[in-house]
Write a protein that binds this ligand. Structure first.
Ligand SMILES: C[S@@+](CC[C@H](N)C(=O)[O-])C[C@H]1O[C@@H](n2cnc3c(N)ncnc32)[C@H](O)[C@@H]1O
Length: 310
């Protein structure tokens, strides 16, 4: 909503589905992307490999050549008001390795993507270091195709403490209606890394915390829309989509993904707040069930980039 109460042109009317659908395929990301129709995906949320030798899957001879192929395909499959989120860091090691700086540089000079935010994931629990300052953050970039992107800030606002709320209500620069809804989470998110005995852990070496993925999914994809993660790993994105009523397409070239994802599913088993979810075996079956045109029924209101910071 604009401050004058008029709906922003990026707002979407959607109907919340009674069940969600997902696909999880074992294949190379470029093979999967070829099968996805133009402008059919609302949110692409990926945590790519960066040639850091963390594992066997983390090796590409010419990183940016390879990455440019999936970036191009991502632009094609993304809906006009959609978003792409890419996790990463800035730890390049040699000219063959990749990192987020290289991806940003590539997108800026070779694509029509716009960078909306760089989100800093800050955590207190990290490795110690003696030859450099111990690292306590990673990043994710949020890219869009235009300035008319879907963004539901209200769904991810952070509640004020009681005293903070009273102060914020006295602050003339803030809109009281927004203060009551909670704070803008800002682009620095403090969320603990998963430690060895975290209940969320399903065994993938670079599994992301649910809380980070959930914030992106809720803010950038409306219920019933399609989220794509073509470096699915354990399928954290798929789990969040099921919990938040979004449809999800996932692939990973590693056969272990399926058993990791089975553990995610076990963790949500019996949760009465989770709507029914159904696995579909291929993309044809998926597109038969899932439309990528938003239907007009339940109006929703979305914050735009002109809103106050809180
Ligand atoms: C950083 S991990 C993703 C972890 C995930 N975010 C999670 O929370 O579990 C990257 C994944 O990309 C997969 N991968 C690497 N190259 C790939 C390719 N060309 N196509 C599909 N998957 C690939 C790896 O097998 C690995 O599981």
């Amino acid at each position: 909503m604009h401050k004058d109460g008029i709906k922003h042109k990026s707002s979407v009317d959607f109907s919340t589905p009674s069940q969600s659908y997902y696909v999880l395929q074992q294949k190379d990301c470029l093979e999967l992307l070829k099968e996805i129709p133009d402008e059919s995906v609302q949110l692409i949320l990926i945590d790519p490999p960066y040639n850091l030798d963390l594992a066997e899957w983390d090796k590409y001879d010419n990183y940016i050549d390879w990455a440019s192929a999936w970036i191009r395909e991502s632009y094609r499959v993304l809906s006009p008001n959609g978003s792409m989120v890419v996790f990463g860091g800035t730890q390049f090691q040699n000219e063959k390795s990749g990192d987020l700086i290289e991806l940003i540089h590539y997108c800026r000079h070779n694509t029509d993507f716009r960078l909306v935010n760089m989100v800093v994931w800050y955590y207190k629990n990290g490795m110690s270091a003696h030859r450099y300052f111990a690292n306590r953050h990673e990043e994710a970039i949020w890219l869009t195709k235009s300035s008319d992107y879907y963004f539901d800030l209200d769904s991810v606002r952070v509640p004020y403490g009681e005293k903070e709320m009273q102060e914020a209500l006295r602050d003339k620069r803030l809109v009281p209606e927004n203060v009551m809804k909670g704070k803008n989470p800002t682009n620095v998110w403090e969320i603990g890394r998963l430690n060895g005995n975290s209940l969320e852990r399903v065994g993938h070496p670079t599994q992301k915390p649910l809380e980070i993925i959930r914030r992106f999914v809720k803010a950038l994809a409306y219920p019933g829309s399609v989220v794509l993660d073509f470096f699915a790993g354990s399928g954290t994105t798929g789990r969040v989509c099921i919990e938040e009523n979004r449809h999800c397409i996932m692939c990973d070239k590693d056969e272990q993904s399926r058993s990791f994802f089975a553990k995610h599913l076990k963790n949500i088993e019996g949760d009465m707040f989770v709507h029914p979810y159904i696995e579909l075996k291929g993309l044809n079956a998926f597109w038969e069930k899932v439309s990528f045109e938003p239907s007009v029924s339940q109006a929703s209101e979305f914050e735009n980039q002109y809103s106050a910071n809180h």
